[in-house]
Design a protein around this ligand. Structure first.
Ligand SMILES: Nc1ncnc2c1ncn2[C@@H]1O[C@H](COP(=O)(O)OP(=O)(O)O)[C@@H](O)[C@H]1O
Ligand SMILES: [Mg+2]
Length: 261
């Protein structure tokens, strides 16, 4: 479902955020992309979702070449960005309908599809509200709905539960699992929460300063460590909440570079 080779990104101005990422994700997997703040998670995801042109490397996403055919990739993927899609002042169903029609759906089938997606996410009855009248957890589930309206086979979630209370987080995890179990959806999510990675992902890639430094199932990554937290600390030299040193200064002097895969 995703295969990348040597994917990298240097921003104009010279910041290299991603330095040669190789990933492979199978259909039906939930894969976690884990790393400290500033590690390059969002940049990688923005490349994979066609929002940012890679500086180098190749990738196939949902069966299409990312660089040669980004439009085909876009039709087959859903993307829930870190900031979300729900606007505060507009009834969510109006934005959802617009969103579906931008994907080329006609109004009647779009309404039907939206109804089904909202039912699936436990949101039926809330769709007339503007974003400002929703709880954080409800808003995040509506963000998922935006990502699912056009029936993608691959869903990208960027930090899906940041800022949510524990109950809403667990609720969102349940919905993501359900989408995989019942629809065979493939999910690629970034997170800096180790409990989220542990609870949700079948497989993890750990990125640190633009480089993949470890990969495996949560159990494999834990290895001899008592917890994923301890393993993460051993791999990256950081606690999960900590930010990585900025990419601008990560040229080489770091003492934490030892944990290459
Ligand atoms: N548009 C941009 N221009 C310049 N630097 C950027 C831009 N976007 C992100 N960066 C830098 O790239 C690095 C990785 O950022 P990001 O991918 O957002 O990390 P993460 O999502 O893992 O927290 C950071 O050092 C960040 O400051
Ligand atoms: Mg990010």
């Amino acid at each position: 479902m995703i295969k990348t080779s040597g994917l990298c990104k240097t921003f104009p101005g010279g910041v290299t955020a991603v330095r040669g990422v190789d990933l492979a994700v199978e259909a039906g997997e939930i894969v976690g992309f884990l790393g400290p703040n500033g590690a390059g998670k969002t940049t990688t995801m923005r490349m994979l979702t066609t929002l940012l042109r890679p500086s180098g490397g190749t990738a196939t996403v949902a069966g299409h070449d990312l660089l040669a055919d980004p439009r085909a990739v876009r039709r087959r993927i859903g993307h829930v960005s870190q900031g979300g899609a729900v606007s505060p002042a507009v009834p969510v169903r109006d934005d959802l309908l617009l969103h579906a029609m931008l994907y080329g759906m006609r109004a009647a089938p779009a309404r039907e599809r939206i109804g089904k997606v909202l039912e699936r996410l436990g949101l039926t009855g809330l769709e007339a509200r503007p974003g400002a009248a929703l709880s954080g957890g409800q808003r995040r589930r509506f963000d998922l709905a935006f990502g699912l309206v056009h029936g993608p086979s691959l869903l990208f979630l960027d930090e899906p539960t940041t800022g949510l209370d524990p109950q809403s987080r667990a609720g969102l995890w349940e919905h993501v699992r359900d989408l995989r179990e019942r629809d065979g959806l493939t999910v690629f999510l970034t997170t800096h929460y180790l409990d989220e990675a542990d609870a949700l992902a079948d497989r993890l890639f750990v990125i640190d300063r633009g480089v993949i430094v470890a990969e495996g199932t949560p159990a494999e990554l834990k290895g001899g460590s008592a917890s994923l937290d301890e393993a993460f600390l051993a791999i990256t030299g950081l606690s999960p909440g900590e930010g990585a040193p900025s990419a601008e200064t990560s040229g080489g002097s770091s003492s934490r570079r030892g944990a290459a895969r």
